[in-house]
Design a protein around this ligand. Structure first.
Ligand code: SAH
Ligand code: SF4
Length: 432
């Protein structure tokens, strides 16, 4: 979502004469768009600000002005405190206020001293951002839903991104059309809790994600559709049948489980049990037999015993994942889990992470190897490191390398998979 937000910030600032450059040291304006989900991500911001402090001082010596803004969820969480800790920062702007950037930058540059805007404004930023999107490549993101009301006990999102809100259907269709008109073929819908989507339709009714996907699938020029990230609770029947009925909806779903232990799931306030997750997965696999899953896991949540962790390992063995992300629990300020007494020692977290990682990596390798010899369509959207090589995505999000002429760039091409690595596939085109 930060990639999406950053692109929107660029679109907002382009009419004011800003262009994106490669080197922050030479910039007139630097925006750090930040993530607060785990401590490591948040700490990176301060080390980056240290580097920028030196760059700003050199710019001043040369008589150049450099304005430094911090956007995103670290900005939201820390607010004014951020400028106290890092006075080099001129502007702190939260994820729901960045549509005000032009005005805020002008204010900062006019007066001495900084500015903080971490309000959750009543107006939606989406109503105020430019209507048409600048070209965003072949496989862009499109944000449809933001914020979250689930309040999982480990998570900062409800505090930093705010309450759950969905964009109206017409606005999403218009943005999708503008992306398709400028060359997009695959669109990934984004939301912190994307399948909780409940936007107002052109008919005045509230549409769920299943219905929205159907409307998007009907757009001319769209060859692939994806959405992320989903909560198991919101995986409703309409969404599951969309997987059955829509060939453009890719057979790959990111569905975080977090833990395989019911007592940890309860302590996390996930509001479902392992069996509920398994039932949803069974329904999805019945609707779309080639569906593969990816997931998120947290190890070392407060109170997680060896038995709880073993339940996670067992759930992974039973369900089977094509890919996954795994994290050590990171206490986040202000969240209920951070205040729990029974924190797990870091050494135990590391041990569990290693074991889970080995199992998930093995599953990923097995999934990749099973594709060798098969024929699949690949959307080639990147140039490879070697000359004459293009890289694309399989329907299951695997990176696929092939020797192809550059005229194949941006095309959906049938390939036969010749080899599988841990993280990617090698393939040869059937006819091109
Ligand atoms: N809305 C999604 C997840 C969004 S956050 C969902 O409900 O599943 C992305 C991932 O970061 C989470 O799935 C979780 O695995 C991880 N995460 C969030 N907070 C964390 C924390 N405090 N410590 C470790 N991992 C965390
Ligand atoms: Fe965070 Fe996802 Fe839970 Fe919302 S549903 S609180 S975003 S982990």
């Amino acid at each position: 979502m930060n990639v999406y937000d950053s692109a929107r910030m660029v679109e907002l600032l382009t009419p004011l004469g800003y262009t994106v450059i490669d080197c922050a040291e030479d910039a007139h304006l630097v925006i750090l768009n930040t993530c607060h989900i785990r401590e490591k991500a948040a700490e990176k911001v301060y080390s980056e600000l240290g580097r920028l402090r030196r760059a700003k001082a050199s710019a001043a010596e040369e008589g150049r002005r450099m304005t430094i803004a911090v956007a995103g969820c670290v900005a939201q969480a820390e607010g004014e405190e951020m400028r106290r800790r890092a006075p080099v920062v001129d502007l702190v702007v939260g994820p729901q206020a960045y549509h005000r950037l032009p005005e805020l930058i002008a204010q900062v540059e006019r007066r001495q001293g900084g500015l903080t805007d971490t309000n959750f404004p009543v107006e939606s930023k989406f109503d105020l951002l430019p209507d048409t999107r600048s070209p965003q490549g072949i496989a862009p993101f499109l944000s449809v839903q933001e914020g979250c009301d689930k309040f999982c006990s480990f998570c900062v999102v409800p505090y930093t991104r705010g309450a759950e809100s969905s964009r109206p259907v017409a606005q999403i269709l218009a943005e999708a059309q503008s992306l398709l008109a400028s060359g997009a073929q695959e669109i990934t819908l984004l939301g912190q809790n994307v399948n909780a989507y409940h936007g107002t339709g052109p008919d005045g009714e509230t549409w769920g994600l299943g219905r929205l996907l159907r409307a998007l699938a009907a757009l001319t020029g769209l060859t692939r559709l994806r959405y992320t990230t989903s909560h198991p609770l919101d995986m409703d029947a309409a969404l599951i049948t969309a997987h059955r009925d829509l060939p453009v909806l890719m057979p790959f779903l990111h569905l975080p489980l977090q833990s395989g232990s019911d007592s940890i799931l309860a302590a996390m306030n996930r509001r479902h049990k392992l069996d509920d997750y398994k039932e949803r997965v069974a329904a999805l696999r019945a609707a779309r037999p080639d569906l593969a899953l990816s997931s998120d896991f947290i190890v070392g949540f407060p109170g997680e015993s060896d038995r709880d962790f073993e339940a996670t390992m067992q759930a992974v063995r039973e369900i089977g994942f094509a890919q996954a992300y795994y994290f050590k629990y990171s206490p986040r300020p202000g969240t209920p889990a951070a205040a729990l007494a029974c924190q797990v020692p870091d050494a135990v977290k590391s041990e569990r992470l290693t074991a889970l990682q080995a199992l998930l990596n093995e599953q990923q390798r097995t999934f990749n190897r099973a594709k060798v010899g098969s024929v699949m369509p690949v959307l080639f959207d990147r140039f490879g490191r070697r000359p004459g090589q293009l890289v694309g995505r399989s329907p299951w999000m695997q990176a696929v390398h092939a020797e192809l002429k550059s005229t194949a760039f941006g095309r959906l091409i049938e390939v036969r998979v010749t080899a599988a690595g841990d993280n990617s596939l090698a393939a040869e085109p059937l006819a091109f």
